[in-house]
Design a protein around this ligand. Sequence first.
Ligand SMILES: O=C(O)[C@@H](O)[C@@H](O)[C@H](O)C(=O)CO
Length: 472
Amino acid sequence: MSTDYAASRVSYEGAEFRLQRNDDRSQSLVITGAPESLTAAFSGRRDGDAFVAPATGENAAALRSVLPWLKPRRWGLETSAGTGDRLGLATPGHVQAFKDVAGVNPVFAQQSTREMGRTHRTPRNVLDDATWGAFQEGWTGGVGADADHQKTEESLSECAEAGFVFFTIDPGDEMDMAAHDDDEATVRSKAAAIDLSSLDTSADDIVSRYAGQTIELESGPLTLDEESVLRAVAKAGPALVRGLQLINHVEGLGVEHELEFAIDETDKPTTLVEHVVVVKELQRNGVELISFAPRWVGQFEKGVEYIGDREALAKNFSDHAEIARVLGPYKLSLHSGSDKFSIYPSFVEATRGVAHLKTAGTSWIEALRIVAAHDPQLLRDILKLSLESFEENRHSYHLSCDTTRIPTDVPDDKVGELVTALESRQVMHVGYGAVLDEYGVQIKDLLNTHEDEYAALMKEHFIAHIAPFGKR
Ligand SMILES: O=C(O)[C@@H](O)[C@@H](O)[C@H](O)C(=O)CO
């Protein structure tokens, strides 16, 4: 017998929409009281008074076209949080958390090209799964959609075509990290060698524009000295060139969009002068940023607490936030935001809520608690495979785990601890690609069987993430 998801029931323009779970665990959209002109958008069949349509990607797109609150929208400067879901099953629990916390706007569909590649999902898959999850839980508060860590024109086009509206431009690979510490002569020659003609400028022009300038921040003046400006050019110049190319590509697509510029996945902190030069040069080229993701001080590793001096980080948050208010305003974006509970309050305070939080891997790693509880051997297999493929999986992720400290032969009743312990947590956190290739069907089957348990876990976990960002 099929059962309804009670929370999904919603009325719109005289019709009632709901989601049901069928005997075979598939899901169907059921519409009653709707004219032919409305149901024509869906592929399905009439069943008495009702129109029944399977929960396919095609019907998700139709649902977005019919129910306006499911169509991705821009959040502008409002406080927002991204919940990136690598499994396509986590959104119901995310929704339950957002229903409990007022004042934070959700971006349920958020996925980087890296994650889509490793999980073999397309931008449409990501958006469609998020649509069904939001619908299942009756979310009518609007949704964003973040094409995260975009590095190529091709993937930007695909995400735009799918309906994403938030584009995270990530030219971080082009940043010259050595220039952070190079001696002055090297910095000078590096800066002079960068072709900045596409930004309609040169290193000399940039120096004459900004060197000696003072920016009045709330906490005092920030003076841009010549060496720091040159260093910013040497370090970020090539990234600016590439970033602008990607931004121009988005702008040429003619779709609704807002832009984040992300240089967070780099080895050295973004200096305040670098922040100013990067944003001002983008603005001079006509770019309006909605958010900026600098590389903060300390270590932002995946899926674990912040590693570093929290007071220094709070100061760093507040310095960058002051700049963002003076040059923008635009939001500051906190990437690798999963499980960094100790730092959310200082981030929110510094930004006054003009902020975006990004999480992704935590929904995946926490799902493994359900696996550990119901199939401890599968969890051991997942860890084993994550370890075997670790060298490949860790590529482009910041991690410090020491794999030799991971225990072997963990008994069933202790397997859940592997999801908590830093070393094994990080290894499995980045193991998602290989693991889903091998055990994806089993894992998803198990999560579907225990969907209420997974949703309840996600709800509590996300309330802890977003409550500090909620109405103050
Ligand atoms: O793993 C990824 O590729 C992304 O989810 C992240 O890098 C994302 O930008 C993020 O910071 C979420 O924590």
